[in-house]
Ligand binder design. Structure first.
Ligand code: 293
Ligand code: CA
Length: 160
């Protein structure tokens, strides 16, 4: 794509019609800026971007870091979004915490805003609240979910 830009990537370069309407959105995922910024630590799904920085920490650490960055912990709401999360977990071979927990009421998993989850992908047998201390949700490299202690240190994955 670099060759299709002018020397400074300015508007009016080869292949750029100057259109800033419908065409721009279609071309977003082909933009060299997006390709660079999301390789290999991010995934675009629709209008959502999942991104890791490689940082590892407990649930509170990760939640805070995502919020400070202007995003929030990854909260996949359908199979397509969950597949993007899975790819990042698989690539890094480290599981991540989702922005989902049952801290407030045992057995009722909610998003960070307290609303009940609309999608889940539990591993068979989960959530099991093992030893009575599992209120957070980790994603395995299979894409399946397991409830896990919020004190575990996992890979950060934010959505923007
Ligand atoms: C128990 C039974 C295991 C299961 C594990 C996880 C822990 O040890 O089969 O994998 O709990 O649910 O989060
Ligand atoms: Ca569990």
């Amino acid at each position: 794509p670099k060759g299709d830009r002018g020397p400074t990537g300015e508007k009016g370069a080869k292949g750029d019609t100057g259109d800033r309407g419908e065409c721009q959105q279609n071309n977003l995922e082909l933009s060299p800026y997006f390709l660079a910024l999301t390789f290999p630590n991010g995934k675009i799904v629709g209008d959502k971007i999942f991104m890791t920085s490689g940082y590892e920490g407990n649930f509170d650490d990760l939640k805070k870091k995502c919020m400070q960055a202007g995003g929030q912990l990854a909260s996949p709401r359908n199979n397509e979004e969950n597949a993007a999360v899975q790819q990042i977990v698989f690539t890094h071979d480290k599981s991540v915490f989702l922005g989902i927990n049952d801290i407030q009421t045992e057995g009722k998993f909610t998003y960070l805003d307290g609303k009940p989850i609309v999608y889940s992908n539990w591993q068979p047998g989960e959530p099991n609240n093992d030893k009575g201390i599992e209120d957070c949700v980790q994603v395995f490299s299979t894409g399946k979910w397991n409830d896990k202690s919020c004190d575990e240190r996992l890979l950060i994955l934010c959505e923007f």
